[in-house]
Design a protein around this ligand. Structure first.
Ligand SMILES: [Zn+2]
Length: 378
């Protein structure tokens, strides 16, 4: 089996899991945050920097690599690891999410989805078999099943049909996956906010015995309490011996709340996207470095942070770079935000090891300002 999960311990205070996932390109500690490298690059960061900041696994997007440069070129380069010179673990998504979110001209059929290329407008078709073929060519350690990700909110009847189709597509993905010896395929549980449908989806997919499971269809615009409630009834449906991945989640509060509910893996473009906008995550809440009040502020972004950015550069300097649209500014903010989340996950793992994740959550939320009325989401 390409992917195996080792459960190290369960937090006595919360039930959160401390573990390790073993892949053909090394192991990573869980709970873990995966930086997103959409086009085989985590925007502005070199693989050497990612390694230095403690990233152990990164995510890349099948849809985007399929369109540019084309999976055949990546395959010819020896796969994604050698193409981009990243020797750690890689996960690729199925392309489904982008087809559903980027393309407004799409038609879903049993066979797959017809849609238009968001760059050229060209007509394209993606199916479970095609998604497996592309991901086999990309060669990531973990691949994702091709699923339908309905928007929030969705009617029960539509969601039920969608869950059933996702299960049929999952079977076709298993059939179409040609490299199970060195690439692990994860199934994706759908069902929106409906407990009965999440149960049905979990039953269908766990019976197919994937090496890992994702909870999909969350972080699509629903309130945080809906996400937490769905996780409360969904994660107990998943096998203890397999890793669990919450897709598209990367705000500090949701990472902690997800880990607390037994999630092991997370990914999101949030830290890198907001960094390129000059917004930083700090131990005392978010900081918008463009603000005029930082013009003469020569302190680091986060006085509690020991990252490369915070050890060497000031708010005033970074504000100047960001406002002048200097690439180096975006490199410094991206580095800090990713480091911040990777370090947060290290602290979460430590707290699980010491059976105090609940206490850690309280302290972190208090300091970050999540407990204040009208607190921002990150
Ligand atoms: Zn920092």
């Amino acid at each position: 089996m390409a992917i195996t999960y080792e459960l190290i311990k369960t937090c006595k205070q919360t039930g959160a899991r401390l573990g390790r996932v073993h892949t053909p390109h090394g192991s990573f500690d869980t709970p873990m945050f995966m930086p997103v490298g959409t086009l085989a690059t985590v925007k502005t960061m070199s693989p050497e920097e990612l390694e230095q900041m403690g990233a152990q696994i990164i995510l890349s997007n099948t849809y985007h690599l399929w369109l540019r440069p084309g999976e055949d070129i990546v395959e010819e380069a020896g796969g994604l690891h050698s193409f981009m010179n990243w020797n750690g673990s890689i996960l690729t998504d199925s392309g489904g999410f982008q087809v559903f979110s980027l393309s407004d001209l799409r038609q879903i059929e049993e066979e797959g989805v017809h849609f238009r290329n968001h760059i050229s407008g060209e007509k394209l078709f993606l199916s479970p078999e095609k998604a497996m073929h592309i991901q086999n060519s990309l060669g990531a350690d973990i691949m994702m099943a091709f699923d339908e990700c309905p928007p929030y909110p969705a009617e029960y009847d539509y969601m039920k049909k969608s869950v059933e189709r996702t299960s049929r597509w999952a079977e076709r993905c298993l059939e179409g996956h040609k490299r199970p010896h060195d690439q692990g395929l994860f199934g994706i549980i759908q069902g929106g906010e409906y407990e009965e449908l999440r149960r049905q989806s979990a039953q269908d997919l766990t019976s197919m015995d994937f090496p890992g499971y994702a909870v999909g269809g969350l972080s699509v615009g629903e309130p945080k309490d809906v996400m937490n409630r769905v996780l409360d009834f969904t994660t107990p449906l998943l096998p203890d011996k397999k890793p669990r991945y919450l897709m598209g989640v990367g705000s500090p509060d949701s990472l902690i709340d997800g880990a607390l509910r037994g999630i092991d893996m997370f990914d999101c473009v949030l830290p890198t996207r907001i960094a390129r906008n000059g917004t930083l995550m700090t131990s005392k809440g978010r900081l918008v470095v463009r603000n005029a009040k930082f013009a003469r502020d020569f302190r680091p972004i986060d006085e509690d942070c020991d990252c490369h950015t915070c050890r060497n550069y000031s708010r005033a300097y970074i504000r100047h770079l960001v406002k002048a649209n200097e690439t180096f500014g975006f490199r410094l903010t991206t580095y800090h935000n990713l480091y911040f989340l990777l370090k947060l996950m290290r602290r979460v793992r430590e707290a699980i090891r010491e059976d105090r994740l609940g206490d850690f959550r309280e302290e972190f939320f208090e300091q970050y300002g999540f407990n204040r009325p009208n607190a921002k989401n990150f």
